[in-house]
Design a binder for this molecule. Sequence first.
Ligand code: GDG
Length: 504
Amino acid sequence: MDEDRNIGSESDVRRLVVVSNRLPVVMSETVDGWHVEPGSGGLVTALAPVLRNRGGLWIGWSGTSEEEGVAEALAETTEGVGYSLVPISLTPEETDKHYRGFSNEIIWPLFHDLQSLCNFDPAYWKAYEKVNDKFARVITRETVANDFVWVHDYHLMLVASRLKAMGLRAKVGFFLHIPFPPLDIFVKLPWRFQILKALLDFDLLGFQTMRDRRNFIHCVRALVGQTEMCGRGQVCDIQVASRTVRVGAFPISIDYDALVEEARSKEVAESAWHIHENLPERQIILGVDRLDYTKGIPSRLQAYRRLLERYPEHRNKVTLVQVVVPSRRGIPGYEELKTTIERLVGEINGQFTHESGWIPIHYIYRSLSRYELLGYYRTAEITLITPLKDGMNLVAKEYCASSLEENGVLVLSEFAGAAAELQRWALLVNPYDIVGMSDVIHQALTMEPGERHRRMHRLRQTIRRHDIFWWVDSFLNASIARSLDSFPVVDDYVPEAGSARRSG
Ligand code: GDG
């Protein structure tokens, strides 16, 4: 092993090495060579300054199986930005079995509590091990003494154990962007011991909410045993044999100030104006989701139908704009979901459309431009975020940040990670309760302007205080702080008996 490697103390971490399944770029091959579009989005924005200050690296799949010219094209793209992108190429079979297979036909449904949708194919596990191994080899090659390696998400849960086996002793942290399931669901996983033990090889494990952290700790207690815990706040330490593993809840967020700026722009104002012009004198209810069975789109449409049946005064006056963004083509279940959604939209529009020309649902199946998306956020009086389960849900936070007049209402699923922080000022719903959801949409539609404003103001304050930079800082601080005392308690969500959110 390199003499220079892994000899530093906690205080002199030199570089940040971010590792994610995909690099934050989109590459396409043209006749003139590779074309690279730099990535946008909250994660890149938040990590870029930290990477830059430390001359860091970002390691991930380039999105292609080709190798020739890829590293050079990436080097050109990042020239002068202060950090580098290191590509990993994956064969089509590796992508198929690791990404589509193990990650998205096993871990994704299981960790969202939908075990009946899992396909526990043993060949997927082999590919998962192989690809995690491949990532670990590249990290070992690229990492020098005192680097802090920050691995992201469920595609790469074995990386720390592989790094250890390869002799790398640098500190390695992990953040899980999706939920961690309760013990009775996690134990269904045929590779439960391997995954849990591999996670305990990280030095710091970050989850979105206290509930996810608690679920993880229950699994460790039940399946690994012999652990001691300490600490009362956001972060606690688990003793595993002679090692300490730090485990924390770090709710991810958005670049609040940048989003507010964007929402104020002329382009977004124009987009909002067009939307209003096409839907004059209607209250707009918005849904924006990737096509995914975790997002609860069919139940939401049913709740909207119930609203129009139970509260006929809203007919002709509201329009549900449901944006569905194409995603994960080729994975079983996604095409069927699209058919279900489109059948429901057709049925509801058929049931309520009258001569007045009112169409209850505007259905959009495509990705929106950033300006269009913010235009919809700015125009919507109500946004419905009703996943059956979600790690966090950034659309909820983006909608609030874009509500510059502070007059929007956020209707939010109890099972979105965002509910832990936003529960007091959003209207919470149980997405399995169709009647209850229709009542809450009615409550939102008839809410007094004063209350709308009060709630949205508090939502925006909360998100501004805990923005994406706060998230990066909390995670990185937890990786170097010796004491647990400096960490606050973050919110947790527990449904209350007799709450107005239940169906009547
Ligand atoms: C994982 C977890 C967790 C959506 N439609 C369009 C569009 N978007 C953008 C939104 C938002 C992002 O996509 C989706 O946010 P999510 O929070 O759902 O993130 P995912 O990456 O899907 O999911 C999730 C997240 O990681 C972060 O930890 O919150 O729970 O599953 O930023 O703005 N953007 C554009 N057009 C669209 O049509 N331009």
